[in-house]
Design a protein around this ligand. Structure first.
Ligand code: KIV
Ligand code: ZN
Length: 510
């Protein structure tokens, strides 16, 4: 079996998705889960893009030891230096540098001639290779680039020290057959191709990112770049979970293997979905909630007689519990602790005590606490433990179809003092947000509000995601509560707290 390296770019290309804005703690939590999942390389960010990106790449590189950590850089010294500063202490310093090679990008975006692009790429790779042991070069928009030109630049960058060559389908344009042909052409026409590993990075604009990546496997690729749940620029990237499962289930055909721990796929997908606020569609392959649900009578009958009639992937393979034990108000600390371990959380004694208390409070109001409820509760507790600037102490909302909705809120301020205030709005949520806006210091603009239920049933938990600008800083916010209005208020305050935390982190680093 050939080993295919999995290069995960959830924290870089995935984080570039419109509407996603992860804070440092969330990035670290995802990086640790990716390490557990067994990805070979984690692209943790773009260090030159912002001080926040720089710091998170640096801290992830220092914390993660079982996966190699890399950062993105344009083909210039300033970006490469930022990458080096962020990654020099990692176990295996690795850089990913890129420049566009398609006619349209070179002429209109870069305003450079092909010769200038080659010169620039070569000098960037040489400079990077003088520091890093692993240098990955990406020919951006490789799939719309002229093949002889691509062969020329790749030969030169390999000569200059590139150890991995990545061929991105930046705009999701290519078809599986063409991708395979392109790869074969390059392997034949780049004389030193054998000195580098070849990598694929496919976008999903035409819905072919996974198919193109798998075609690359058929045609000798060594590494696949992908993201959890397929998040990424525009229509997203190739979905890691689909690739890993396709290679596993069809190893008879692909004759290739990965280091991915398949049992961690569902947890990783849940975590990324929860922290990004991007729900996974029910019919999504491998990790969607319907991926293992058999609805029609004929199918159910078949599965009852013999699972493999309609089931090619067993839910357990990807970490979906088919007979999960549900907790309730009579469940004790022991069962709770067991469940926490089963859900993949590693809590300190204090965290355990605190989450057990929160669980008991919830169990008084909600009959059955599902795995999804606990996952939401624990993730929120773990990630937002340090958030303590503003805190919602109490909310009261008056609503009537013929009245003006009014919210009265008691808010704990960063000074520790509690204040109460009331305001109206055209709906209950607007009344809450108007009240909070008048209570906090500075200007808040709400850009997005999303609500979803965590599990089924009329007593389901509500999960709210918001996106705000607060005093010029952009942030998302997230909260889970049994009441939709409470979740709405807390998500809003969570977003403001994140802006304040980010500002403090930046001050500490100056
Ligand atoms: O899609 C793309 O071309 C990229 C590169 C920076 C690798 O994300
Ligand atoms: Zn990309």
């Amino acid at each position: 079996m050939r080993k295919i390296q999995i290069f995960d770019t959830t924290l870089r290309d995935g984080e570039q998705s419109a509407g996603i804005n992860l804070n440092f703690t969330e990035k670290m939590e995802i990086a640790k889960q990716l390490e557990r999942l067994g990805v070979d390389v984690i692209e943790a960010g773009f260090p030159a893009a912002s001080p926040g990106d720089f710091q998170s790449v640096k801290e992830i590189a220092e914390a993660v030891t079982h996966s190699s950590v890399t950062g993105l850089s344009r083909a210039n010294q300033k970006d490469i230096d930022a990458c080096w500063e962020a990654l020099k202490n990692s176990a295996e310093p690795r850089i990913h540098t890129f420049i566009a090679t398609s006619p349209v990008h070179m002429e209109y975006k870069l305003r450079m001639t092909p010769d200038q692009v080659v010169e620039n790429a070569v000098s960037a790779v040489k400079y990077a290779a003088s520091r890093f042991t692993h240098v990955q070069f990406s020919a951006e928009d490789a799939c719309r680039s002229d093949l002889p030109f691509l062969a020329r630049i790749l030969e030169e960058v390999i000569h200059a020290g590139a150890t991995v060559i990545n061929l991105p389908d930046t705009v999701g344009y290519i078809t599986p057959k063409e991708y395979g042909e392109r790869l074969r052409y390059l392997k034949e026409h780049v004389p030193n191709a054998h000195k580098a590993l070849f990598s694929t990075h496919c976008h999903d604009d035409l819905g072919m990112a996974v198919a193109n990546s798998l075609s690359a496997v058929e045609n000798g690729i060594d590494q696949i770049e992908c993201t959890i749940n397929g998040i990424g620029e525009r229509a997203g990237n190739a979905a890691l979970e689909e690739i890993a499962i396709a290679l596993y289930i069809r190893k008879d055909f692909y004759q290739a293997d990965t280091n991915i721990q398949l049992k961690e796929l569902k947890r990783t997908s849940n975590l990324v979905s929860k922290l990004t606020g991007f729900p996974v569609p029910p019919n999504k392959a491998v990790v969607g909630s319907n991926a293992f649900a058999h609805e029609s009578g004929i199918h159910q009958d078949g599965v009852l007689k013999e699972k493999t009639t309609y089931e090619i992937i067993s839910p357990e393979l990807v970490g979906v519990q088919s007979n999960a034990m549900v907790l309730g108000k009579h469940s004790g600390r022991h069962a709770f602790k067991e469940k926490i371990i089963e859900l993949g959380f590693d809590l300190t004694q204090d965290e355990l005590n605190e989450t057990f208390k929160a669980f008991k409070e919830l169990a008084d109001r909600k009959k059955e606490i599902t795995d999804e409820d606990l996952f939401a509760l624990l993730t929120d507790k773990k990630i937002d433990a340090s958030v303590s600037y503003y805190d919602v102490e109490n909310i009261q909302v008056q609503y009537g179809t013929n009245n003006v909705p009014t919210a009265t809120i008691t808010l704990k301020e960063p000074s520790g003092e509690c204040k109460q205030h009331a305001a109206t709005g055209s709906g209950s949520v607007e009344a809450i947000y108007n009240t909070l806006e008048q209570m906090v210091e500075g200007e808040v603009v709400l850009h997005d509000y999303r609500i979803q239920s965590v599990s089924g049933g009329r007593d389901a938990l509500a999960q709210v995601h918001v996106k705000v600008t607060y005093n010029g800083g952009e942030s998302t916010g997230r909260a889970t509560a049994q009441d939709v209005l409470e979740a709405s208020a807390k998500a809003y305050v969570n977003a403001l707290n994140r802006v304040l935390i980010q500002k403090d982190r930046m001050k500490e680093q100056v």
